[in-house]
Ligand binder design. Structure first.
Ligand SMILES: *Cc1c(COP(=O)(O)O)cnc(C)c1O
Length: 366
């Protein structure tokens, strides 16, 4: 019998935290795969909302104020993704033809669909780093004296933690040195802090300390912090007003976005300190995997929630074999897999992952 809307039962996922297509698998592909907890969903359901394009969503405002304060900036802008946050920053900092310095394996250069060129019309200039970091001297070498032939050097992008390097951390004094050199050279600095809180928790310093002096900083709510959607781009209030216009141009002006911002606020209030558990799980995983013959893992290189694992043979085939054993991991190189720990994988999940690696490696050696 047909039942009216009022009689319909609440969908199971409303209270349970959700049934996903991959339930039962240990998903170490990324910390983006986390799903909102029942408490986070409750905060979302109860959020006060308004039209944020009119500046009338109180929950978005609260999130922006909270986020800006955490990274020591005046103001913030809620954006749907880290990529949009980075690109709004590039658009707001640069003009066509400007030169943008970024580490050669940085997300903003490697994974953002050529946006620096395609959207801002600026020219990326990759600086090869060491485990994702470069020095003030590297930057000084890359920045050229003014000359009619050269683009205008304008923007430096840093990434902390560094994704492709395996979640490596920039220390405060390393950031300070590059920021000082950039400013001396007349450049501005954007910090891609998609996982800035992982860096802060790993070092035991406030996130604000790692963003000190930068001209803008972006961090993601949708990765290890566990929110379903969203990032914050933070900077001086007048700069954020200009960024707001760029966000609108990209179609990123959202309406009753407080539903999403509530998840971000919940994440900032409850899920920052617990990142230490993910780091401990990553270290544990690395230690266990290093003992399996045939794998190449350096436990000493694990600084946050990522483990790079050298595997025998093509990473794609190894990944497939793991999947058949209930474990998901993405290749990050021809013979390298990347494992990312997060709040939906506990120690038991990590133990299952180690078992799966052992089994695949044994089968390959046989
Ligand atoms: C994930 C990530 C981004 C982009 O975030 P999306 O929300 O996936 O667009 C930017 N920078 C780094 C370092 C990242 O890891």
């Amino acid at each position: 019998m047909w039942r009216g809307a009022g009689e319909r039962r609440r969908p199971a996922h409303f209270s349970s935290g959700g049934m996903g297509l991959l339930d039962g698998l240990v998903d170490l592909r990324s910390d983006t795969v986390t799903r909102p907890s029942p408490e986070m969903r409750r905060a979302m359901a109860e959020a006060e909302v308004g039209d944020d394009v009119y500046g009338e969503d109180p929950t978005v405002r609260a999130l922006e104020e909270t986020g800006a304060a955490l990274v020591g900036q005046e103001a913030a802008l809620f954006v749907p993704s880290g990529t949009m946050g980075n690109q709004v920053a590039v658009l707001t900092h640069t003009q066509r033809g400007d030169e943008v310095f970024c580490e050669a394996e940085s997300h903003i250069y490697y994974y953002e669909v050529g946006d620096i060129a395609a959207l801002a019309g600026a020219q990326p200039r990759p600086i090869p780093g060491s485990r994702g970091r470069f020095t003030a001297a590297d930057l000084r070498r890359a920045v050229r004296e003014p000359n009619i032939h050269f683009p205008r050097p304008r923007l430096v992008c840093l990434e902390n933690t560094h994704n492709r390097a395996g979640g490596t951390v920039w220390r405060p004094e390393e950031v300070d040195a590059v920021v000082a050199a950039a400013h001396e050279l007349g450049l501005v600095v954007h910090l891609d802090g998609a996982r800035l809180f992982n860096a802060a928790v790993a070092l035991g310093v406030p996130a604000e300390r790692l963003a000190r002096g930068v001209d803008s900083v972006m961090f993601c709510l949708s990765k290890g912090l566990g929110a379903p959607v969203g990032s914050l781009l933070c900077g001086p209030a007048d700069w954020i007003e200009r960024a707001r216009k760029e966000r609108k141009r990209l179609g990123g002006g959202m309406r009753q976005a407080g539903i999403l911002a509530a998840a971000g606020l919940y994440a900032l209030r409850h899920n920052v300190e617990r990142l230490a558990e993910d780091h401990a799980n990553a270290r544990w995983l690395a230690g266990q995997l290093a003992r399996i013959e045939g794998l190449r893992v350096d436990p000493g290189s694990v600084e946050t929630n990522m483990v790079l694992v050298g595997v025998p043979g093509p990473a794609a085939a190894f990944s497939q074999a793991l999947k058949e054993r209930g474990v998901l991991a993405n290749p990050s190189g021809p013979e390298t897999l990347r494992l990312v720990t997060h709040l939906d994988v506990d120690r038991a999940g990590c133990e299952r992952a180690v078992e799966a690696f052992r089994s695949v490696t044994r089968e390959l050696a046989a």
